[in-house]
Design a protein around this ligand. Structure first.
Ligand SMILES: *Cc1c(COP(=O)(O)O)cnc(C)c1O
Length: 456
């Protein structure tokens, strides 16, 4: 960084002396940060209520007959969009071997990578927000089905009605997929503003479904800004604001209650003697924030949530550590926001999510891209699960917690040392099942390349 540059009124040197970890962030080194503002849930300000999350769950249930009809792949779950919770014991052994660090307790993978319709965590928030908007429009124009059967939303009559309206969103890829697919299915005219890092296959897939895709040469922030601007000019257009949307957040938060059921079905105990640790890849924050918030509402202090970010895009860590949230971008500190983890290539965090999560998040750690590829390969070899690189960011979480001094300190401070043998660790796998086979093979090959580099 040039000398004399000021960010929010302070020189880089001042920032560094105030936050010593910042030097490591700027050097794009891997870090593990625990949140000094973490507060017991009983004392924390819970700005989103359990009733609001419940309301979102009920809305998704109302729409289930529509979803089932429009997306037959959801029929085994009666139109609920949900993913498996899988045990990954071979990967647990593989992690121990690789890092020389045993993981006591149980390691589970929440396979949002295999959510129907959009193949990523965005199938939660994105689809929910479009459905909420569609319901609102239908209500306003007296078109809610009198008998409560929402399968009518799949009819030509409803599609014709929604074709008068449009939806716009800015995205690094996966949110665009999710919003584009559901909006087009309902009949909306939909425009997705894609950042430069969005993958070509995602743009192609959307265009094939009749979605208008606008491409930008710059990053996610710019795509969102342009999308917002164009949507504002059109009163019939609804803009899905990934940086500030409470609806997206609520759609993600519904995951918590669903997970709780799965844990019960698998007889996994979560209580004061059996802590739960959850590791979530973080981009702008809505997905991991919503899920983590829902879990804190249900499990309180028994659940410990950590976000994972690429070393080149640690925006949420920067925002939470300084309390400046969206006032700071990683680029202000010379960090380039260039990462292969496309869902996570975000330079500036959501202020809404940062504020809501400030008292509730246990910590954030960063991962180098090479590690994402190595773990992608290792997971496919050990468990035959195929993910996209972003979705591996949660995987080193337990190793970091158990192996790093700051992690050990967290365990001690929270009286968890003798409970770790009873712990459950959930790695949230956020995307991957829709990646075309030849790209998946290229990821896998890259995993080997990165493996060899790490040994040389
Ligand atoms: C979007 C995304 C995330 C993170 O969600 P945010 O809401 O942007 O924080 C993580 N993983 C994948 C694969 C994603 O597409």
């Amino acid at each position: 960084m040039e000398n004399g540059v000021r960010v929010e009124g302070k020189t880089i040197e001042q920032w560094k002396s105030e936050y010593p970890l910042l030097s490591e962030l700027m050097a794009t080194a891997e870090v593990f940060w625990t949140n000094p503002r973490l507060t017991p849930v009983a004392e924390a300000e819970m700005t989103v209520t359990a009733e609001e999350v419940q309301d979102a769950e009920e809305r998704l249930r109302r729409f289930a007959p529509f979803i089932q009809q429009a997306f037959p792949e959801t029929s085994s779950a009666s139109g609920l969009i949900e993913s498996p919770l899988a045990s990954i014991p071979n990967m647990q052994d593989e992690l121990a071997r690789r890092f020389g660090q045993e993981i006591p307790g149980r390691l589970l993978l929440k396979c949002d990578s295999h959510l129907p319709i959009a193949g990523s965590i965005k199938a939660r928030g994105g689809i929910y927000e479009v459905l909420a908007h569609a319901e609102e429009l239908a209500k306003k124009h007296d078109r809610l089905p009198a008998d409560g059967d929402y399968s009518v939303f799949a009819t030509e009559e409803y599609r014709a009605f929604f074709s008068q309206y449009s939806i716009a969103v800015g995205s690094t890829g996966n949110l665009g997929l999710s919003i584009g697919i559901i909006s087009a299915k309902l009949g909306f005219r939909v425009t997705v503003h894609m950042s430069a890092d969005a993958k070509a296959w995602k743009k192609d897939l959307l265009r094939a479904k009749g979605v208008q895709v606008v491409e930008y040469q710059s990053d996610y922030g710019k795509a969102v800004e342009e999308g917002r601007k164009q949507a504002e000019a059109d009163p019939q257009c609804y803009f899905i604001d990934d940086e500030n949307s409470k609806r997206l957040f609520l759609g993600y938060a519904v995951a918590a209650g669903r997970l709780q059921k799965q844990l019960e079905e698998q007889q996994v105990i979560v209580d004061s003697e059996h802590p739960l640790f959850v590791y979530l890849p973080c981009g702008v924050g809505g997905g991991p924030g919503g899920v983590a918030y829902g879990l804190k509402l249900l499990y309180g202090d028994r659940v410990h949530c950590f976000f994972a970010e690429p070393t080149h895009s640690p925006c949420m860590l920067l925002g939470l550590m300084t309390g400046y949230h969206d006032k700071l971008a990683v680029q202000d500190f010379g960090i380039d926001n260039k990462t292969d983890a496309d869902g996570l290539a975000v330079g500036r965090p959501s202020r809404f999510v940062g504020k809501v999560m400030e008292p509730l998040l246990s910590g954030v750690y960063t991962v180098v891209d090479g590690e994402l590829y190595r773990l992608l390969r290792a997971l496919r070899d050990s468990e035959s699960v195929r993910l996209e690189p972003s979705a591996l960011a949660g995987m080193p979480g337990p190793i970091r917690l158990l192996g790093q001094a700051a992690g050990q300190q967290y365990i001690e401070q929270h009286g968890l040392a003798d409970k770790m043998k009873n712990a459950t660790h959930i790695v949230w796998a956020t995307g991957g099942s829709m990646v075309p086979a030849h790209i998946q093979e290229a990821y896998y090959a890259k995993g080997l390349e990165c493996e060899e580099q790490s040994h040389s």
